[in-house]
Design a protein around this ligand. Structure first.
Ligand code: NDP
Length: 315
């Protein structure tokens, strides 16, 4: 069975940064990219807050650059999703796509997070038929049309602004009477004439047979319902960590974020490290994910050195 010194699970900023450091430390990292290679930045438009890009950079371009950098130092980037990992003993037994098994002396979790959904039946039924969780991917299909977006965080503001450039009108549905987003992002949507903000408003039902034709809204303050005609509904209400395959194997909080020793990427399982959005529900930035990927690789290297030293001392 193939034995890997440093296995990296996931291919976002955390995973690729871990790979750059692990490869340069001659740990011969193997990365399994998972179902969304490149992570959330693949569905992001302009990244304006990553240091080193004074003019900003497109998310997919940044991921292409960082992938090349990881490969340049010898990272073995492989298609495939880790579906199971046995951490009861080292090396860990890791299953890829429920069929191939490899052994990993250390593993770095960098699986990130995925978009959340409202969880109503009509949203699911019309998913891909007007309902989307990615304005940057699907906004193009709604050029010149009237659409709505749910959410009040930075993502919702960013996507509402993006949609406002393509669409005739954007209804922004905010469930409370205030935004969660940063002041600068709030100002951006508030100052965009074709974005109408509906506070205290939730989606009661997505309307339409084969495709979205409108939304029934519910006012949280009064309980009153009303309808708007839109052809698209974008959901931008946050994310959840992609850690399902690790449930019961490593300590997590109630939302599924992996718990690490503060200031480190160390989990309760020796040799298993966690980086990026899979363990961070506070900062969730590309740059913080990259930073923790670096930490994970350095910690994996030190862990291996200490294990080898212990074995050497016994001999
Ligand atoms: P957030 O968790 O920050 O915001 C989620 C929003 O969705 C909240 O306003 C929340 O409402 C709302 N929401 C959640 N569930 C529902 C529901 N069922 N119905 C209606 N509304 C709902 O997620 P984001 O994805 O916006 O941001 C995540 C992180 O990424 C943040 O730290 C953010 O700052 C960062 N980010 C930064 C960007 C940048 O700097 N360029 C761009 C994008 C994201 P409520 O407020 O009532 O809880």
């Amino acid at each position: 069975m193939e034995k890997i010194k440093c296995l990296i699970i996931g291919a976002g900023p955390a995973g690729y940064t871990a790979a750059i450091y692990a490869a340069r430390a001659e740990m011969k990292p193997v990365m399994y990219v998972g179902p969304q290679p490149g992570g959330q930045l693949m569905i992001t438009n302009d990244v304006e807050n990553f240091p080193g890009y004074p003019e900003g950079v497109m998310g997919p371009q940044m991921m292409e650059d960082i992938k090349k950098q990881a490969e340049r130092f010898g990272t073995d980037v492989r298609y495939g999703t880790v579906t199971d990992i046995d951490v009861s003993e080292r090396p860990f037994k890791v299953t890829i796509d429920a069929q191939t098994t490899v052994l990993a002396e250390t593993a770095i979790i960098a699986t990130g997070a995925s978009a959340k959904w409202l969880g109503i039946e009509s949203e699911q039924r019309l998913n891909g038929k007007g309902v989307s969780a990615c304005a940057v991917c699907d906004g193009f299909f709604f050029r010149g049309q009237e659409v709505a977006i749910v959410g009040a965080g930075d993502t919702a503001c960013e996507e509402a602004h993006y949609l406002s450039k393509l669409c005739k009108k954007v209804h922004m549905l905010v469930r409370r009477d205030e935004f969660r987003a940063s002041k600068i992002m709030q100002a951006r949507v508030q100052n965009t004439p074709n974005i109408e903000i509906h506070f205290n408003t939730e989606v009661d039902e997505v309307l339409g047979g084969e495709e979205v034709s409108g939304i029934r809204l519910k006012n949280n303050a009064t309980g009153a319902t009303s309808e708007i005609s839109v052809t698209g509904l974008f959901i931008a209400i946050g994310h959840e960590p992609n850690t399902g395959f690790l449930k019961g194997k490593v300590d997590m909080d109630e939302q599924g974020y992996i718990i690490t020793v503060p200031g480190t990427t160390t989990t309760n399982v020796p040799g298993l490290f966690a980086s990026g959005d899979a363990q961070d529900k506070i900062y969730r930035q590309a740059v913080t994910a990259a930073g923790s990927g670096c930490m994970a690789a350095l910690e994996a290297e030190r862990f291996l050195a200490s294990v080898e030293h212990a074995v050497g001392s016994e001999a």
